[in-house]
Design a protein around this ligand. Structure first.
Ligand SMILES: *Cc1c(COP(=O)(O)O)cnc(C)c1O
Length: 405
């Protein structure tokens, strides 16, 4: 075919039809796929459950609202340049969170990795390619308080950065050297550290050291989305799939423009860097924004009252049983929602905590709860669907009564 004929052919060829010589029309490949009708959860026999435990990664954390699913679904039918999605969503998220810039990351964990990478490399592509081999870097140490130095530090050390542990403000000042790249604060461990936010930031500013704070599970309260940016942390890392109810695999890196730009050099769509595997697809980038937008607009007081009422329903059903005591607390920092503790006298209610969890798990419907002590289960309601509190209340009461016989 000559070029002109070919062009003519294409302009008249049916869009979903056969292209020159192929005998398999595109349409037949997708025809008959009733995607919307297929229920893989049923088909594969997967157990679903009422989540009275909380936003645990192993339990798939949270459920996305319809607005989020809609954002994912509607954006999935077109191509968009990846950086353009991140640029636009980043602007919107930064405005909500009072930060100069923002990036949607593959969970809070990768926000920690990419943020640290950005601090280490700046805009130097040679450095980006070197990570995690930072021996030749002038600055390759991160200072961390002893009480903040556990599991999550691994996200930072993925970049090759070396932790330097300190306890007091005096030790912190002495530990700052020409090798100090970053100071890291784990918000949920605030009370385990001797240095609080203001002192930490003052010392950082005085010595011109960037700061990064992990507030992964510390929303609610909603104000925490901007509180630490307003306070002056250079980078703030948040989980998207916990109480904000974005995609479980999404998170937020918030902070200074130059640091977010540097962090992006280690992130997809660019390769040859430590973050190439930390991809968030465009649908989830948009889904994350939809979740955040919905979250900041919702009525948080009303939601809190609903949680208290749901907790009361379960508490009342449990404490009707002889030998059972209950307590409602609100964790001051992470997972800041009403939490119910149900304990029983093992001489009266003959159940171990494991047996109780197993009975709730294997019942119909299946229910997951946590347990942090003997003869005790721990319940939160912020992952319940409306009405499920009654089912949980009945099932807990039923098992407690049955074991009291
Ligand atoms: C959950 C959590 C993370 C990891 O967050 P993801 O969004 O699951 O990647 C990091 N730090 C803290 C303190 C967390 O609670």
């Amino acid at each position: 075919m000559k070029r002109r004929q070919l062009l003519k052919y294409f302009s008249f060829a049916p869009v979903a039809g056969a292209v020159i010589g192929t005998s398999i029309p595109f349409k037949s490949v997708i025809a008959g796929t009733k995607a919307s009708k297929r229920d893989l959860v049923k088909e594969l026999g997967l157990r679903t459950f009422i989540n009275a435990a909380g936003t645990y990664t192993a339990m798939t954390a949270s459920l996305m609202h319809d607005e989020v699913l809609q954002a994912i679904s509607s954006s999935s039918r077109e191509f968009i340049m990846y950086d353009e999605v991140q640029d636009k969503v980043g602007e919107k998220i930064a405005a909500i969170c009072h930060s100069e810039a923002a990036l949607v990351t593959a969970g809070c964990w990768s926000a920690l990795v990419l943020g640290t990478a950005g601090v280490l490399t700046g805009m130097d592509l040679k450095k980006v390619a070197l990570l995690p081999n930072v021996d030749s870097f002038e600055k390759n140490e991160v200072i961390v308080q002893k009480g903040h130095n556990h599991g999550y530090i691994h996200a930072l050390t993925n970049t090759g950065i070396k932790p330097v542990e300190i306890e007091t403000g005096e030790q912190l000042q002495r530990a700052i050297t020409s090798k100090t790249a970053l100071m890291y604060f784990l918000n949920e461990s605030s009370l385990l550290g001797k240095i609080q936010h203001q002192e930490f930031l003052e010392i950082a500013k005085k010595n011109n050291i960037p700061t990064l704070i992990d507030i992964a599970a510390d929303i609610p309260p909603v104000e925490n989305l901007w509180k630490y940016n307003d306070m002056g942390f250079d980078l703030v890392c948040v989980s998207g799939g916990k109480a904000i109810r974005g995609p479980q695999s999404a998170g937020l890196l918030l902070g200074k423009k130059h640091l977010i730009a540097a962090a992006r050099l280690s992130a997809p769509p660019r390769g040859g860097n430590i973050g190439r595997g930390m991809k968030v697809n465009k649908e989830e980038v948009l889904g994350m924004y939809a979740a955040l937008d919905r979250y900041v607009k919702q009525d948080h007081d009303k939601e809190w009252k609903m949680w208290e009422a749901q907790v009361a329903v379960i508490e009342n059903a449990a404490k009707k049983v002889k030998g059972v005591t209950t307590q409602v607390t609100v964790p001051p920092i992470a997972n800041h929602t009403p939490a119910l503790k149900i304990s029983w006298d093992p001489a009266v209610v003959k159940l171990t905590k494991k047996e109780m969890q197993e009975k709730l798990r294997t019942g119909n419907p299946s229910i997951e709860v946590m347990s942090t002590a003997d003869n005790t289960i721990n319940i939160t309601v912020f992952m319940l669907k409306p009405g499920q509190e009654k089912i949980v209340a009945n099932r807990v009461n039923e098992e407690l009564v049955r074991a009291s016989a």
